[in-house]
Design a protein around this ligand. Sequence first.
Ligand code: ZN
Length: 152
Amino acid sequence: MIIQWIRLKEISEKILFEAISQRLAVSLHGSTDIDGGLRAAVDRSGSSVNIVLNLLYNKSLPDVFASIAHELAHVTLGTSDHPFAHDIETRRVSDRLREEYEKGGDLPASEAERRPPAGVDGDRGSTRPGGPNPEVSGSRPRRSIPKKKGRR
Ligand SMILES: [Zn+2]
């Protein structure tokens, strides 16, 4: 089963907007190197919200719903504490997340969970909403292989 990450990101942004009427940009990150048994963490600065998921503990969609909901609830409540209200809010956000994720329509099919690009190393697939159609961009001949060495 695949996890539609961009969809989760977009739904997260929608949920935040519903909750606090601010357009925040959510970025989801995965890490294999989070210490201390944390499932996930969140940092908001200005209009950016970064959620890091510990890949050790986020292997299934239910794991991911739970982690993202927990972190979003910190943002909607504006606190990093865990009062009872945070539990309630996590539940609400989790239900909302699942509902939106499962209803499938509505949100831009900005990813349609694209197939990965043919190459792996240094070969970027477009992850932008409205980016090039993968079928088209995938068939475009590649050019511009840098000749110079020792530069990146
Ligand atoms: Zn927490």
